[in-house]
Design a protein around this ligand. Structure first.
Ligand SMILES: [Zn+2]
Length: 456
């Protein structure tokens, strides 16, 4: 029996379209009109919500359903979404990115997947749970944040640091992006559910030279030294750090294929054999890159600076490096790995400093909530496989984790085989399949209704 009526499904679709028509590109990240739309919608349904934030444009919305005190046996559960989106280059789109075009199969728009689709889905689920509040075993908190796409400073980070009370102070669980969507592979359907995120280590490499007049040859030019150092970092294959997060992820995809495939997958984790085997056996370049990224730290030079005048040899040059940390790794570990690379660069007098860092996060996959998520996906799509996954990027979960919450990427979305989730995420022509979106509302509501009303 469906828990969601056809009116609720239509209302979710309309809410999604209304959110997509509001341009919340970040930068500048003005989400206020989208937050106001949600606030008014909730108010119309008798749900009060709070708007808070550092600035009037960068605001966050929080609403809470309180379980009856006699039923309240557990710490709160949070449904979290962000309403800011990455910018869109309209000239590259088939339909304008803020038009919410409906072609009968998909709704198009920047944010359809990342992640206004979940905002609409979670809002309708939250409203359904409000009607069942008398039987809830814990408080449920709906959070819509700003600023996720620009680093979370004014969004979840701000909330965690300034208003943890609104987040229940010590929430037990957070349901957030990135996971719960269908991945089609060799005739099988998988549902990655995110349980880990890599960490961040933004570094600055500075090299020294000897300033001088640039009319003379053969000088100790910091710009030239930096070029050699950057090339060495770009070509370096940093050591493997296979953790249980990578193992669960890589072996989870191989398991349905049988013992041999599983054995090969486990060899990818081997620090000696893994790098070569991955190169030989995974021919698809983007798949290989995403597998390699979960097995080791990465470091990509992204910003360079040297010299002020065209006729002066620069005495100093620097490169900013976007470093990402495998589970268990720290910024200091990555610096040691880069030092080993840079020490081999001839005549390179350098320093490495940390500009900003946040640790990798990882959550257990043997909790009652994970089991409920797994069961809900397997029953909504019989024969599919749920895989605990790790992502290379970060989400708001890294901040919620500091409150002691266990965070999962669970945004249930049935994707047809010809629509690839990864290419839509931040891509041109981002769109969400309507049928799969409605399927997701049902899966999320059914799972949470069971989980929040049963003894567990
Ligand atoms: Zn997102």
């Amino acid at each position: 029996m469906s828990l969601i009526s056809s009116e609720q499904r239509d209302s979710a679709t309309e809410l999604l379209k209304a959110l997509l028509r509001i341009n919340t590109s970040n930068p500048p990240g003005n989400v206020a009109p989208a937050m106001e739309l949600l606030r008014e919608r909730f108010e119309g349904k008798g749900i009060s919500s709070t708007l808070v934030g550092e600035t009037p444009e960068q605001v966050n919305l929080v609403a809470r359903i309180e379980a009856p005190p006699e039923n309240r046996k557990h710490r709160p559960l949070i449904l979290s979404c962000h309403l800011d989106v990455v910018p869109a280059d309209e000239s590259q789109w088939t339909h304008p990115p803020f038009s919410a075009h409906d072609d009968g199969t998909c709704i198009w728009g920047r944010g359809a997947i990342d992640m206004k689709g979940f905002a609409a889905m979670a809002a309708v689920t939250f409203e359904t749970l409000t009607a069942k509040k008398e039987s809830l075993n814990r408080d449920v908190i709906f959070v819509a944040v700003c600023d996720e796409e620009a680093g979370t400073k004014f969004g979840s980070k701000w909330l965690v640091e300034n208003r943890p009370d609104l987040l229940g102070n010590d929430p037990e669980y957070v349901i957030n992006e990135v996971g719960g969507f269908t991945v089609h592979r060799k005739g099988r359907r998988f549902y990655p559910v995110q349980v880990a995120e890599k960490g961040v280590a933004w570094l600055r490499l500075t090299v020294k030279g000897t300033p001088g007049h640039s009319s003379l040859p053969g000088q100790n030019n910091a710009a030239a030294t930096l070029a050699r150092a950057v090339q060495a970092i770009d070509e370096a294959r940093l050591p493997w750090h296979p953790g249980r997060e990578a193992a669960r992820f890589i072996e989870g995809f191989a398991a349905p294929e049988g013992a041999i495939a599983q054995k090969v997958a486990s060899l990818f984790l081997n620090p000696q054999l893994g790098p070569t085997l991955l190169k030989l056996l995974v021919t698809d370049k983007s798949r290989r890159a995403s597998l390699e990224a979960v097995l080791r730290n990465t470091a990509n030079p992204t910003r360079l600076s040297a010299g002020e005048a065209i006729n002066v040899i620069p005495g100093e040059a620097s490169a900013d490096i976007d470093g990402r940390l495998a589970p268990g790794q720290t910024a200091e570990d990555l610096i040691r790995e880069l030092q080993a690379v840079l020490d081999e660069v001839p005549r390179c007098d350098y320093t490495l400093e940390v500009l900003e860092t946040s640790p990798p996060v990882s959550f257990p996959s043997n909790t009652p909530l994970f089991e409920a998520i797994e069961a809900s996906l397997e029953s909504a799509d019989p024969g599919s496989h749920v895989v605990p996954s790790i992502i290379q990027g970060f989400t708001d979960s890294k901040n919620y984790a500091t409150l002691g919450a266990t965070c999962y990427g669970f945004y249930p979305l049935k994707m047809p085989e010809d629509l690839d989730f990864a290419s839509l995420f931040h891509g041109h022509n981002e769109r969400i399949p309507i049928e799969g979106f409605h399927w997701g509302i049902e899966v999320l509501t059914t799972m949470l209704t069971g989980f929040l009303t049963e003894d567990n």
